[in-house]
Design a protein around this ligand. Structure first.
Ligand SMILES: *Cc1c(COP(=O)(O)O)cnc(C)c1O
Length: 498
């Protein structure tokens, strides 16, 4: 064993830190116009992609001596020019978008003045407000407790962790303390269209990916509740512990919403927790005309929603809610630690922002250090209100049904599924027979990406490759929607003629 190095030997190092800790105003003034120019440019695919191999070589070696703040801002400005074009109005791929201006501002303010969500400061107060507003917006019952997360993946993990804790506590086992008893097997029930972060959560929670029992769906991708009932019944007879049944409120492929009330009714028969994955769709419950799709949502035990999707806070903001917050704590508390005990005075009337914790979230999730992400949610909702969200959701749902109508009315297009929420699946179909439609539509998507401002992504419907726009981007306009369909037809005609 080597001797422990004594830090005493380092002695006193003279001089100030190499990092600039001032001039934020000046730096923002320099980067701000660069960012605005970037947002104003509608070119989806700017200069050639900036891959690890193409980064200028001088940026690839760890600098022995730093270049200083000004040079870094110049380099950041160059990176911005090569930045992610996911926010351009014509982008409708996956389920993702970027921050609107208020999100950028809130993120910046949080970075400077909202350090750590575990002490008492204004940003943690706003985090509480953001949590409550988001639950209200989504129609969750009063009294739910929640925590913001890095996104839907972590949110699903936390919800299913609380479900696992609950299921085993009912068998007399504290699974957070003692692990899953070797003599038991637990399962999660979810549709074949469930997001695969549920499988990953099952793996992390020791249930295994194969611990997710996938249930058949109807042609619109909604869970078949009779098949769910049969699976739960067969597993109950085999002594398998039902950990959770997932209802998807807006599935990622097709946008359809599982019949939540029916899922709840079946799950309850077998004593199963019900989890609603509303990462994408749950905010649509705030639009009265769409709310019937979410009937029964308030009867679940846990829910997730991703503000970084339809609310456009900027990526890195998810949220999980549970009916019984104490379960989250029992499942995820860090436990007593010398570096925390006694750190707070736990007085009734805190005199300092270090007298108490800003919230219990560090013990209800898998993160200790974390920013108060809810400030971004607060800021977005404060700016546009319920009506702004409702109008966005309905405008986007209208885009999807508009494409469906065009697909129904044009013999070169085929509507494959939907519209559901703001997703629609269609494909190009040439007049002449004998063409490989999957290959043709894959080529169309590739050319859309490379040649047009209309970039979208794909899924399969009954095995067929579908062009699948999902509209959540606040910048998208009717022109982009029309442009996408026009481009699909034009490219399809060209490719089919070749
Ligand atoms: C996007 C999504 C997720 C995963 O969320 P991330 O924020 O990407 O981690 C989970 N479930 C559904 C239904 C989703 O659409």
């Amino acid at each position: 064993m080597t001797d422990q190095l004594s830090v005493d030997a380092v002695g006193v190092v003279p001089g100030d830190d190499a990092a600039e800790t001032g001039r934020i105003d000046d730096a923002l003034n320099r980067l701000g116009p660069v960012l605005q120019r970037f947002e104003d440019s509608q070119i989806p695919d700017g200069p050639a992609p900036y891959r690890p191999g193409t980064v200028p070589s001088e940026l690839n070696a760890l600098p022995a001596h730093g270049v200083g703040l000004d040079a870094v801002i110049d380099e950041l400005s160059t990176a911005v020019e090569h930045g992610s074009r996911i926010t351009v109005p014509g982008f409708s791929g996956f389920i993702t978008t970027g921050a609107t201006t208020v999100g950028v501002m809130a993120q910046t303010a949080v970075t400077v003045a909202g350090t750590q969500r575990y002490v008492l400061h204004a940003f943690n107060a706003l985090e509480w407000t953001g949590l409550r507003w988001l639950a209200e917006l989504c129609g969750l019952p009063a009294g739910v407790e929640g925590v913001f997360t890095s996104g839907g993946s972590t949110a699903n993990l936390l919800a299913l962790g609380a479900a696992r804790q609950s299921a085993y506590e009912r068998l007399g086992v504290d699974v957070a303390a003692d692990g899953i008893p070797l003599t038991t097997r637990g399962r999660i029930y979810a549709s074949q269209r469930v997001h695969h972060t549920v499988h990953r959560a099952a793996a992390v929670l020791g249930l295994g990916r194969n611990g997710v029992r996938e249930i058949e769906t109807d042609p619109d991708g909604r869970i078949d509740v009779e098949a769910l009932d049969a699976a739960l019944r067969a597993d109950a007879a085999a002594g398998i512990v039902p950990i959770a049944t997932v209802a998807v409120a807006g599935n990622t492929d097709l946008g359809s919403v599982d019949p939540i009330a029916d899922v709840v009714a079946v799950a309850r028969r077998y004593g199963s927790w019900v989890h609603v994955d509303g990462a994408y769709g749950l905010v649509a419950n705030t639009a009265e005309s769409l709310a019937p799709l979410f009937t029964g949502v308030e009867a679940a035990d846990s829910w997730i929603v991703d503000p970084h999707k339809w609310l456009a806070t900027g990526v890195g903001v998810g949220a999980v809610y549970v009916r019984d917050g104490a379960l989250l704590t029992r499942a995820f508390a860090e436990g007593p630690a010398a570096y925390l005990e006694g750190a707070f005075s736990a007085v009734d009337e805190p005199q300092s922002m270090f007298d108490d914790m800003g919230g219990p979230w560090a013990d209800q999730s898998v993160e200790l250090s974390a920013p108060p992400r809810g400030v971004l949610v607060w800021a977005v909702l404060r700016e546009i209100g319920r009506s702004g969200v409702r109008e966005r959701v309905l405008r986007h749902a209208g885009f999807a049904s508009d494409i469906a109508a065009r697909a129904r009315g044009d013999e070169r297009l085929e509507l494959l599924c939907g519209p559901h929420l703001s997703i629609v699946c269609f494909r190009y179909r040439p007049r002449r027979a004998g063409v490989d439609l999957d290959a043709l539509n894959t080529r169309i998507l590739e050319r859309l990406r490379r040649e047009t401002p209309f970039i979208t992504s794909t899924t399969t419907v009954d095995g067929a490759v579908a062009i699948r726009p999902c509209f959540i981007n606040p910048r998208t306009t009717q022109r982009d929607v029309d442009g996408l369909v026009d481009a699909v037809i034009r490219l399809g005609d060209e490719l089919a003629a070749a």
